[in-house]
Design a protein around this ligand. Structure first.
Ligand code: NAP
Length: 533
């Protein structure tokens, strides 16, 4: 069993406490222990502020974009090892690909955006000059400058690679050093990736540190110059958001929390049509990909009442044909691996029991545990896909409140277009919803009815299907986040993401003075939409 270390102030640190033991998701064997006891967390913040930040900001933004490209290269050279680690928490090859190579792709996208659109300076000009006086001798404009603190990341267990890299790209571009705190159950992958980045010497000292284990009193030491980017459950997000020191110092906090994402089948879609088949494929893929452990997974399946039985039949046929088991078993083509650990299975079973108060299970058995025939061991954290059907959709409440973080979704039949939109909105704010229809009027009405409750909408028809990146995949070029229970945060969105780590301020003065200040070499390259927007 290995002990996962932290990286603090240029040294690898082994926890001095008992630590938490991680178990292999398939075999149940202990594989690693995680512990941050003994770390001086305030000193880590000081180190980042005093050493990492100044070193990063001694470079201009395009130079920092080059660092991101090198990070992507380093990680790409070690893919087989990273996939092996991902297998310990039950990821199939595809699950691991989404996280590992998806994360590397995200940081590479930021490298490219930075190289093409960011200036050879350390600040951005935001918008144009505002005339503020009659004679024009007094004007105003806006600029963005890097914050001088630390970007602290607290990440969820389900994306140990992507979660780190999608945040690291924008914060490094902005010029902020980072402290990463991975979720304990899958910390091994993040620890190894940080180790590879540190060993490569790509980043200046102090610009990347790591906490393996608890964050201890870290949040007590954050100031107005720091940014806390949290991804995880709504419950932990709420605890973090209300932390007294964060409230007192108005520390910038971004919360990416859980979400009861919907997929809506339009009334025009016939059961024998290609779009119907696409809908079924997408729902099954979202339910079973990463064993349903995706913040963007489809949890609520909205279908016209007249199509309910056709949808349930088609989903059942696909879900019961999904092979659940050990992804590393060479004998069997396993489609879905286990959940992250047995605790996650028990939590999911409790959630299914809550859903079953107002829905019937139409496919799968939550208690089934023996997957040995499909290649899984009986000690593993397995749960087969569970499909439910809301018995009284208009009055159901639990389905809009309880996130079951596993291969679980509920069908809700709707009567008309207005009730479809009303049901979607009951999710109280989601990361993403998708709508499957060729009917332009239906799509327009639904889009504007549910848009205020979402961070992203996928409008699927046959034309888009061929090249669609799918419902659950988050693209670094586009905004990720959602209002309400989704956390109220926003990440990604191309270079918009860099702005989260910068301070925007208004400058006022005489026009020539402001022009001289803002016109440092290449500070406003052409096509710099995010920099000027
Ligand atoms: P979690 O239990 O809320 O933990 C998230 C992170 O917070 C972990 O690193 C955890 O560390 C840390 N943490 C827990 N309590 C804390 C506290 N009091 N102070 C500071 N940090 C604390 O969530 P999870 O089980 O890892 O992840 C699954 C959840 O994340 C799901 O609800 C999913 O929907 C959501 N998620 C959202 C997104 C998104 O982009 N919106 C993406 C992925 C996942 P330990 O592990 O060491 O306890």
């Amino acid at each position: 069993m290995i002990q996962l270390k932290s990286y603090a102030r240029g040294q690898w640190h082994e926890g001095t406490g008992e630590g938490r033991v991680l178990h292999h998701a398939v075999t149940g064997e202990p594989i690693a222990s995680v512990d941050s006891t003994g770390l001086d967390l305030a000193a880590m913040l000081d180190h980042a502020r005093a050493v990492g930040g100044p070193a990063l900001r001694a470079m201009h933004m395009r130079e920092r974009a080059a660092l991101l490209r090198k990070i992507a290269q380093v990680l790409n050279e070690h893919l087989p090892e990273l996939y092996e680690i991902a297998a310990t928490y039950g990821a199939t090859k595809r699950d691991a690909w989404v996280d590992i190579e998806g994360g590397i792709a995200a940081i590479a996208v930021f490298a490219s955006l930075g190289r093409r659109h960011l200036p050879e300076s350390n600040f951005l000009v935001d918008g144009g000059v505002e005339r503020l006086s009659k004679e024009g001798t007094f004007v105003g404009c806006h600029i963005r400058v890097p914050l001088e603190g630390v970007a602290v990341q607290i990440n969820a267990f389900n994306f140990p690679s992507w979660g780190m890299l999608e945040k690291l790209g924008p914060s490094l571009l902005a010029g902020m050093p980072t402290i990463v705190k991975p979720a304990t159950p899958t910390a091994w992958l993040t620890v190894r990736m940080v180790e590879l980045i540190i060993e490569s010497g790509v980043l200046p000292e102090g610009s990347l540190q790591l906490i393996s284990g608890s964050v201890g009193d870290l949040l007590d030491h954050l100031t107005c110059q720091d940014v806390l980017a949290f991804t995880g459950s709504a419950k932990t997000g709420c605890t973090i958001r209300s932390h007294p020191n964060l409230v007192k110092n108005a520390v910038r906090v971004n919360v990416e929390a859980d979400s009861l994402n919907a997929a809506v089948l339009g009334p025009d879609v016939e059961p024998d049509s290609p779009l119907f088949a696409l809908f079924i494929k997408e729902v099954v893929s979202e339910m079973t990909g990463k064993a349903g452990q995706k913040c963007t997974a489809i949890r609520r399946i909205l279908v016209p009442a007249a199509r309910e039985s056709a949808v349930i039949d088609a989903l059942k046929a696909r879900l019961t044909g999904t092979t659940v088991g050990d992804p590393s078993n060479p004998e069997v083509k396993v489609r879905m691996g286990p959940l992250v650990d047995r605790g996650a299975v028990e939590t999911a079973r409790r959630g299914i029991a809550q859903l079953a108060q107002e829905a019937q299970i139409v496919s799968g058995d939550p208690q089934r545990g023996e997957f040995a025939a499909e290649g899984g061991g009986t000690a593993g954290a397995f749960l087969e896909p569970i499909l439910l059907r809301a018995t009284d959709p208009a009055n159901a409440t639990v389905v809009h409140e309880v996130e079951v973080f596993g291969p679980v979704a509920t069908v809700l039949a709707y009567d008309d277009n207005a009730s479809a939109a009303a049901l979607v909105r009951k999710g109280g704010g989601s990361l993403v919803a998708s709508a499957f229809s060729e009917d332009a009027d239906f799509i327009r009405d639904l889009t504007f009815a549910i848009a205020p409750f979402h961070g992203r909408l996928l409008l699927m028809n046959e034309k888009a299907a061929g090249e669609s990146t799918s419902h659950g995949i988050v693209m670094p070029q586009l905004v990720h986040g959602g209002p309400g229970r989704a956390g109220g945060g926003e990440e990604l969105g191309g270079l918009r993401a860099v702005h989260h780590y910068m301070q925007r301020l208004a400058l006022q003065g005489d026009p020539e003075r402001l022009e001289a200040l803002c016109a440092s070499p290449s500070s406003t390259p052409s096509n710099n939409t995010a920099a000027t927007g």
